[in-house]
Design a protein around this ligand. Structure first.
Ligand code: FAD
Length: 406
């Protein structure tokens, strides 16, 4: 396409990717979704199959991220979540850890640790990103997990409890954000890789959840967990410089946890979108089939307008997600919290659209024989994790006003 021309068409490669992932979602995810929701366990056979087919793994991520428009990963994630959000998260939890390494690690650290996060199709591995704590959720500046440096052995010692961690304790690689200097708040934090087999890290309680139940969520307990100096992402020199600047009260270029979340928000929005689309499509088909008072229920404006609203917000959410992904990939400056906007709107859309779908199905929407109630349960997490809807609006509000809104 010539410079200056504008198109909203997906490229041939993107369409091929979308159709391939859609086929996987339809054939390999939809049929097992209800079972893994009920079992509430990590779906290992599914993850292994996804790795063999090439949908879970380093190569998949690398090729999706290599797309200069940023849309490929969004398109793929929408399809996976359309298949099932819990199964999708069982694949995508690892990428949170990977994003933590990519956001803060040196090129050498990325080369060393990222492949280990995924393993290989014959030896599949998982990663986890551990930020949240029992008393530090939205307020990530107040982390209590401490990292202290043992100069004698060139080791970092990590102690604290992380909670709500996707793949927590079952991951091979954990990326842990901890406070090196609590007096500095978020600016005193750093990220550490805890490699497989490190003593002193273990799973605490596993949570029973409302939705995305095929995805494992648990506490991670760190008890004098020692990692080599090279596991500090970004390196010690850079950290010392950053801490010195923070102590002098100078601005620093970034905060460990926030940098990661900013990059992953459109990807989270894309998943919410996939759930919303699943529910919308199902409800539309149902409304055309279901007859009451001698006509299809879709012939009633009350139902048809609901579907029109569902489709409108779904398309609007996709445009916001694609814009934010494109801005991130082309390194545009986010002036109005566009990443947050996309995640916020897509998450809220997923909750509303799945609820509308239940209403359109009536009693059939409320029972587990149909997938719609599950989609609603799955959708709700998208207004909570990776920054709640309130926090996303806080980011947008601060960006557009320049005022430190609380
Ligand atoms: C299934 C699941 C998976 C998760 N996976 C991970 C993971 O892999 N890694 C990880 O680190 N974390 C993970 N989380 C944690 C998640 O990111 C947090 O739950 C989330 O950030 C909210 O924190 P909180 O639960 O402590 O709620 P709180 O921060 O206590 O918030 C409670 C309520 O207060 C509101 N609130 C808080 N502060 C403000 C404010 N300033 N203005 C207005 N409203 C405010 C919130 O929006 C919310 O409605 C996961 C959570 C779940 C449930």
């Amino acid at each position: 396409m010539a410079m200056g021309e504008f198109s909203m068409d997906l490229s041939e490669d993107q369409v091929t990717l979308r159709d391939w992932v859609h086929g996987f979602a339809l054939e390999k995810m939809r049929p097992i979704a209800a079972e893994w929701d009920e079992r509430e366990e990590t779906p290992w056979p599914f993850i292994e199959e996804a790795a063999k087919i090439g949908i879970y793994g380093l190569e998949f991520m690398m090729s999706a991220l290599a797309d200069p428009t940023g849309l490929s990963l969004m398109v793929a994630l929408e399809e996976l979540a359309w298949g099932d959000a819990g199964l999708c998260m069982s694949l995508m939890g690892t990428s949170l850890g990977v994003a933590g390494i990519v956001a803060n690690g040196t090129p050498e650290q990325q080369m060393e640790w990222v492949p280990q996060c995924y393993g290989t199709p014959d030896d599949v591995k998982l990663a986890a990103f551990c930020v949240s704590e029992p008393d530090a959720g939205s307020d990530v500046s107040s982390l209590r997990t401490r990292a202290t440096y043992d100069e004698a052995t060139d080791e970092w010692v990590l102690t604290g409890t992380k909670t709500w961690i996707t793949n927590g304790g079952i991951a091979n690689t954990h990326v842990v954000v901890a406070s090196v200097d609590p007096a500095l708040g978020a600016r005193g934090q750093a990220s550490f890789v805890v490699p497989e087999g490190t003593p002193g890290i273990r799973m605490g309680q596993k949570f029973k959840k409302m939705g995305i139940r095929a995805s494992h969520t648990a506490e991670v307990v760190l008890e004098e967990c020692r990692v080599p100096g090279r596991c500090l992402l970004g390196g010690k020199e850079k950290l010392d410089e950053r801490l010195a600047r923070a102590r002098e009260g100078k601005r620093s270029s970034g905060q460990a946890a926030m940098a990661t979340f900013e990059a992953t928000r459109p990807a989270v929005g894309a998943q919410a979108l996939g759930i919303a689309r699943a529910a919308y499509e199902f409800a539309l088909d149902y409304a055309k089939e279901r007859k009451q008072f001698g006509r299809a229920i879709v012939e009633n404006q009350a139902i048809a307008f609901k579907l029109a609203n569902m489709k409108t917000s779904l398309d609007a959410a996709r445009l916001l997600v694609w814009r934010a992904a494109w801005m991130a990939a082309t390194r545009k400056t986010f002036t109005s919290g566009e990443g947050s906007m996309s995640k916020y709107f897509a998450g809220e859309t997923a909750v509303r659209v799945t609820e509308d779908a239940i209403q359109i199905l009536g009693g059939y929407g409320y029972v587990r024989e149909y997938p719609v109630e599950r989609w609603h349960r799955d959708a709700k997490i998208y207004t909570i994790f990776e920054g709640t809807s309130e926090i996303q609006r806080l980011i947008v509000a601060r960006a557009i006003s320049g005022v430190h809104i609380r």
